[in-house]
Design a protein around this ligand. Structure first.
Ligand code: HEM
Length: 396
């Protein structure tokens, strides 16, 4: 259903995601201009894909839409992404498959099930601590801790260092000024460099040891590639899950009937987690670079052009989801793209689902009267969207 009154389109203004309504722009683009040329400004120009089917098709065509030149928009003056051609997320097949094959055994249903009891203990401990305080910032005190402790455990970070990495992660990825973020991220990379050296000398049964001792195409992985892939796993393992867990909680607080439904019938937890993933779609944009010319809905995309998938838009596509702007813990089917699709489908998808389920299960039984304490603050970012601060009380 095409409409003529176009809203001003600017998807790269970070304030849109903290104070504006990106869904109005995406709705208009889906209906009227599904392959939209977004002109250059501080960021380079790109083609914006907003429909579910187009995003899914492009995801499946990794030969035309490459990841190796970066998967996030960045200013030209920042140069090429240092992970380009080196990390799991930023390589194309066949190298991508080799890198993924090194670590994917840790993320299978079976491996995640084997960790489930430990993950449940972690979720319980985090909720205990928050309940004792009577209230908290759900983002930093609850949602950030569960995935961080779990990925630390899988990467072989000694438990004594978990709080240190928690502090660094909070500084690097959870708001704050650019310099503080950068310094903290460099410290995280430095930490993994030390851990890499230790594990290369004395390997254990963990992800860092696996990467530090791996052979790819008959040669050991370059130490720089080990660090960059550790960073990919660590950031991948923490950031989106933190925001999805908090964004899901915010959705429940704004739709108390859905929380009540879940409190009354926890057997709906699995479908509720899928709806949280769809609703939050925390990875706001994912970029590819065209390797050859291609025409889509009459628009000619040239080789070398950036093509950007807007996942929250695809996940509200009215031609795929009934009543897409309704948050519904019973929604079925729910084949959202929040975890990507195809070759680069989220490695930690199973882990993320179990973490969300265990955390909400704990809260449903122990904090069913959770309530908003004051106005939440949303992230100012075009990369990830969701709460930066979510003050809650637990009631009685
Ligand atoms: C709710 C939580 C999560 C969301 C929404 C999410 C989202 C995504 C998305 C959209 C992609 C695809 C990127 C692309 O198409 O280029 C992806 C890839 C990836 N995710 Fe997640 N993720 C989550 C949790 C996790 C966790 C817990 C881990 C654990 C390590 C993880 C690790 C990764 C890695 C390593 C990749 C790159 C895979 C590849 O390129 O083959 N993610 N994630």
């Amino acid at each position: 259903m095409a409409s003529t009154s176009a809203p001003p389109i600017n998807l790269v203004e970070p304030g849109l995601y903290s104070h504006g309504d990106p869904f109005a722009q995406w709705r208009w683009l889906r209906a009227n201009d599904p392959v939209h040329w977004h002109p250059p400004g501080e960021l380079p120009g790109f083609w914006a894909l907003t429909r579910y089917a187009d995003v899914k098709d492009a995801y499946l065509d990794h030969e035309t839409f490459s990841s190796a030149r970066g998967i996030l928009l960045r200013p030209d003056e920042h140069g090429a992404d240092p992970g380009g051609g080196r990390t799991l997320a930023l390589t194309d097949p066949p190298r991508h498959r080799m890198l993924r094959g090194l670590v994917d055994g840790w993320f299978t249903v079976r491996s995640v099930r084997a960790l489930e009891a430990e993950m449940a203990d972690i979720a319980r401990g985090v909720v205990d601590r928050a309940l004792e305080a009577g209230g908290c910032d759900f983002v930093t005190d609850v949602a950030a801790r569960v995935p961080l402790y779990v990925i630390c455990r899988m990467m072989g970070v000694p438990e004594a260092d978990w709080e240190h990495l928690y502090t660094l992660t909070s500084q690097a990825f959870a708001g704050g000024d650019a310099l503080t973020r950068r310094v903290a991220h460099l410290e995280i990379l430095g930490y993994f460099e030390q851990l890499r050296k230790a594990r290369a000398a004395e390997p254990g049964d963990d992800l860092v040891s696996r990467l530090a001792t791996a052979d790819v195409e008959g040669a050991p992985l370059d130490p720089r590639d080990v660090i960059l892939n550790c960073d990919n796993l660590f950031v991948g393992g923490t950031e989106n899950t933190r925001i999805a867990a908090a964004g899901g909680m915010l959705a429940f607080l704004r739709h108390p009937d859905q929380w009540r439904t879940l409190v009354d019938d926890p057997s709906l937890l699995n479908s509720a987690v899928e709806e949280v993933l769809r609703w939050t779609s925390t990875a706001t944009h994912i970029m590819r670079t065209a390797t050859r010319p291609v025409t889509l809905h009459g628009k000619r995309i040239a080789a070398g052009d950036r093509v950007v998938f807007w996942l929250p838009s695809a996940d509200r596509d009215e031609s795929v989801f009934d009543d897409p702007d309704r948050f519904d813990v019973r929604r079925r089917p729910n084949r959202h793209l929040a975890l990507g699709f195809g070759e680069h489908f989220c490695l930690g998808s199973m882990l993320a689902r179990v973490e969300l389920r265990l955390l909400y299960r704990e809260l449903l039984t122990r904090a069913p009267r959770i309530a908003l304490d004051s106005t939440p603050k949303l992230l100012d970012s075009i990369v990830v969207n969701g709460p930066e601060r979510l003050p809650v009380t637990f009631g009685r």
